[in-house]
Structure formats: C-alpha cells, structure tokens
Design a protein around this ligand. Structure first.
Ligand code: NAG
Ligand code: NAG
Ligand code: NAG
Ligand code: NAG
Length: 502
C-alpha cells in the first residue's frame, strides 16, 4: 500500500490494528488525574503573541470569502439508468469513526451500481475507541438518502424475510459462503464484478466485510466517481434533530449578544436572519487530541514524565508497543511534521495567521487528553472560544450525550457552516471537511505540518520571525483548490472528478 500523506498511514494503522487489541481499553488509566500541569512549551512565543494581540493589523483578506477559482460541482446526472432487475442484495459492515464510515457508504453505493445490486442500508460497526452504537438511521436522514439516489440504485432499509438470516452475527460465528472478506484495498471495478457478482448470482445476496477503503479512486468511470460525490455531498444529510441543533448553535455563534438576553429562548424560534444585527464571523477549530491519538503519534506533548509514562503504558496495552512512530525521537517526528499540534501550538498558529482575541472560535472536539489544563493557553489567546457544552443546554445535549458519532455529526454540521475551518491534525475528519468545503467553495486553512514542526523546534525564534515564517508557509493554504493526484481520495480532493471548470 502506498499512501501519499503520512497521516493516512498512521490512521490506517490504527483502524486496522486497534479492533484486535482494544479489549483492555476500559482499564486504561484516566490521565486527567495523572497530569498535574501542562506547562506551555513555547513560552517565549506565547508571551509575545499575547502582547501583540490588539496590535494585530488583521490582514483584511483573512475573513474574506474564497475568491472564485472557476470550479463548480459538475452536473450530476445518472447516465447509466437504474437497471430494471436487481442482481441481488448487497450488504456492507463499516468500521472506523463517522467520517470513515461516511466514505464507506459512498463506496457501497458505487459498488451496488457496478453490480446492479440492491443496497441494504449499511451497518455501522461499533468502534472500539469511541464505542458508539448509533445506527445509520440514527445519524443520517435515511429517507432523504433513499430518495436522493432513487434514480441511481435501489436501496432497502431491511432485508426481506427470506434473507433475514444474513446478519452481522451470522457472519461473526463461522465461515459463510455469502461473505466476501477478501476484497483488497482499493480494488478495481473488475474485482467486484469478478468476485462479488458470482456470489450474488448464486445466493441472491453478498455481504462484503471488511469494506473500508476497498474501492479504488483511480481508473474509475466518470459517472461512478460522480455518483460517489453525489452520495457524499448530496444524499448524506444528518437526521433533523442534529441539523436543528446545529442551526441553533450556529445562530448563537453568529448572534452572541442575543444569548444573554432573557428572551433568548423565545427568539430562538424565529429566524435570526430577520434580525437587523450584523452576524459575527467564526472559525471552527477541529482538535482531535484524545489519548489514543496522543499515544499513537508517539510525540512528546509537554505533560512531563507522568504523561510520557502514561502514554508509553497505553501503547503497550493497546498495541503491545508496536507503534511505528515510537522508533523515532520527538525531534525527528516533529521535523517531519508527524506530530499533531497541541492546543497551545494551534493557538500560536492562529495568532500568527492574524486571528486575535476578538476572534470567535468554535472548538470541534470530543475529549481533550489532559483536560482543561491542556486548553488553558489556547483560551488565553482566544477568550471567545465556545464548544457544544458552552453553547447548548443540558436538555439540548441529552440526545447526543456520550454518542461519539452524533457529537461528531454535530461538529461536522457546524464546521460546514463556519467562515473558516482549520484542523490541528490530519485525519478522516480533516480530510472529509477539506473535501466537502472545497466542493462548496468554502475557506479552509490547511496547516503546513512540516514547516510548523520545524518552527516549533526552534526555541529561540522571535514572534516577528515566527509570524513571517507562518505567513510564508501558508500562502497557498487558505482553501485554494488542489486537483486530485493519483491515489488520492475524491472525498478529499473532489476536483477534477466531481468539479468542472465553470
Ligand atoms: C447492469 O445493468 C446494465 C444496464 O441495465 C447492464 O448494461 C450491465 O451489464 C449490468 N451489469 C451487471 C453486472 O449486471
Ligand atoms: C427482468 O426479469 C423479468 C422476470 O425475471 C424478465 O422477464 C425481464 O426480461 C427482465 N428484464 C431485464 C431488463 O432483464
Ligand atoms: C484583547 O486584548 C486587548 C489587549 O491585550 C485587551 O485590551 C482586550 O480587553 C482583550 N479583549 C478580550 C475580549 O479579551
Ligand atoms: C538560543 O539563545 C541562547 C541565548 O541567547 C543561546 O545561548 C543558544 O545557543 C540559542 N540556541 C539556539 C538553538 O540557537
């Protein structure tokens, strides 16, 4: 397997390996109590960043929308008609987190199309790290999904009675002839025709599992690529209660003064757009900084000896210490851009890019390893920082509480409605949003991990030099469209497969 991005290698490794070794995840120590303090690692830069806050002559183009780049979503017309007769039922079981499953759903539709099969609504496996058992229907608007694709493929919510035996449990207990488990990573159209069609023809049903990352991105017919994009960017919408909560939170970010007024709850029922007040702009910062990721990256995050030991122990428990990165020193990893940024480092990056303490920041994040202390520095730089907890009431959060996929769905929705999106670590969420925002021509800052890794290693760098270097390193990283290269994902780089020159 060849992957262009280092992040993808790491991520893929976690997803392939963790389900096998994760049995002990629950017994792992909770680090919040182990961490006494998280000291700023870059105190010199931080001091100057805080000092220069209001003297920032905020570059005017920072908040301006992305200039027109001459690319639009291509017209998506189902060219090949939906076949009159289905070859059978296609099932897929999808692992990974929400955004990996999202890509799996898009690929499943494409494979159903290749085979003229009827797709059964994909089953979402419970991820061993996030442990959310939410089903497709609990996350995505299933009726919209079926309706949006009705001219492309047939989809059923459940198998008919005569195939009801074909369950996830049925396949986990023995070898079954209707299960296809040999699909190679990035398989071709022909692979599916040659290997899955015969199963459909013999049994009327085929269950492909594992299925993540199984359909290639290269050498695909154009209409198939466009169908995948249609699924990703049009057919997949979140359930109404997630969209409604997302809209409410976006309104609170855009009209913060209304939140403190007593009639706030009543006002929520009216459209905020009718109000004459000027909407505020906001940035979404995606911060995946949980223990699993921190341990897997094998970088030093400044939590001292206790943290180092705890992460080493976690690596041992989860992966028997077999973590690719742990053979490198922190310095080596950083200079190669292989360390996710800490909240402090993201704060310095944002400040260097020209954001200041009047910037409204929404933190799209699940658990932050190290807890509040880890976020202190970021909050000092950006006091107007909000998240789901600060914006939504307890009642509003009741339906999504503890459900990682729904929490991620809410963050995804809010991210799609922000003026600017930036992610602190490469990964599925970052890639999914980079792709979706490209498709909608929205501004996205892509951190230059290699250049930042080097800058943060230089402990003597002045703030002025740091700002200068950051500006140079991010000149073409504000959402300028990048064409997909071979092997890259159409879900991250939708042009030129799904976007056409205007
Ligand atoms: C699917 O249907 C189309 C048109 O109905 C047909 O041309 C194609 O050969 C079929 N493919 C398979 C694998 O059945
Ligand atoms: C579909 O199946 C029916 C009955 O099995 C058959 O009569 C018909 O010709 C088929 N249509 C196509 C397009 O294959
Ligand atoms: C932003 O920083 C300036 C200067 O340090 C300070 O005067 C101002 O009160 C700060 N604003 C907020 C919202 O913290
Ligand atoms: C950083 O600055 C200190 C004091 O000015 C100096 O002694 C040290 O050599 C410098 N280190 C680097 C890596 O430039």
């Amino acid at each position: 397997m060849k992957f262009r991005r280092k992040g993808e290698v790491a991520l893929f490794f976690v997803l392939l390996i963790s389900p096998i070794f994760l049995a002990s995840a629950d017994n792992s120590p909770n680090l919040y109590s182990e961490l006494l303090s998280v000291k700023p690692r870059h105190s010199n830069l931080l001091k100057d960043a805080l000092k220069s806050e209001n003297s920032n002559d905020e570059p005017s183009e920072l908040w301006s929308p992305l200039p027109d780049q001459g690319w639009r979503p291509c017209g998506i017309n189902a060219r090949a008609e939906k076949p009159a007769n289905s070859t059978g039922y296609l099932q897929v079981f999808l692992d990974g987190g929400l955004n990996q499953q999202r890509m799996g759903i898009c690929d499943a539709v494409a494979v159903a199309k290749i085979l003229n099969a009827t797709l059964v609504i994909p089953l979402l496996e419970v991820n061993p790290v996030w442990k959310d058992s939410s089903s497709f229907e609990e996350i995505f608007d299933v009726d919209h999904f079926i309706e949006a694709l009705k001219d492309d493929i047939s989809i059923v919510k459940e198998l008919p009675y005569e195939y009801a035996w074909s369950t996830r449990e049925f396949y986990s207990t023995a070898i079954r002839e209707t299960r296809v488990k040999t699909a190679p990573v990035h398989a071709s159209v022909h692979w599916f025709s040659d290997n899955v069609l015969p199963v459909l023809e013999s049994y009327g049903i085929a269950a492909i599992s594992p299925f993540s990352h199984r359909l290639a991105f290269d050498n695909m017919p154009e209409d198939l690529q466009r169908l995948r994009c249609k699924v990703n960017f049009q057919a997949l919408t979140f359930v109404p209660h997630i969209r409604a909560l997302g809209d409410a939170l976006v309104s609170r970010l855009r009209y913060p003064s209304l939140r403190t007024e007593p009639e706030h709850r009543i006002l929520q029922q009216f459209s905020y757009r009718k109000l004459s007040r000027e909407p505020q702009k906001f940035v979404v910062l995606h911060l995946r900084f949980d223990k699993d990721m921190a341990a897997h990256s094998a970088c030093d995050f400044g939590g001292g000896k206790a943290e180092k030991l705890a992460l080493a122990r976690y690596r041992q428990e989860m992966w028997q210490g077999r973590v690719l990165n742990s053979q490198f020193t922190d310095e080596e990893l950083r200079s190669q851009g292989r360390c996710p940024m800490t909240p402090e480092e993201v704060g310095l990056l944002l400040a260097a890019l020209g954001f200041d303490n009047s910037t409204r920041l929404y933190l799209a994040s699940h658990k932050v390893y190290g807890g509040k202390a880890r976020l202190d520095t970021l909050r000092r730089l950006f006091p107007l920082m909000e998240d789901k907890k600060s914006l939504a009431s307890l009642e509003e959060r009741a339906r999504i509480k503890g459900k990682a996929s729904l929490l991620a769905a809410l963050d995804y929705y809010i991210s799609m409605h922000s003026d600017i999106f930036i992610s602190a670590s490469p990964g599925n969420m970052h890639n999914a949003l980079v792709g979706h925002r490209t498709y909608e021509s929205l501004k996205t800052i892509r951190p230059n991990m290699g250049s930042l890794g080097q800058l943060f290693l230089d402990k003597n760098m002045s703030w002025v030099d740091f700002r200068q270097a950051v500006a140079e390193g991010h000149h073409y990283r504000h959402g300028q469209l990048r064409l997909r290269k071979p092997k890259q994902s159409i879900y991250t780089y939708p042009a030129p497969d799904c976007m056409c020159r205007a």
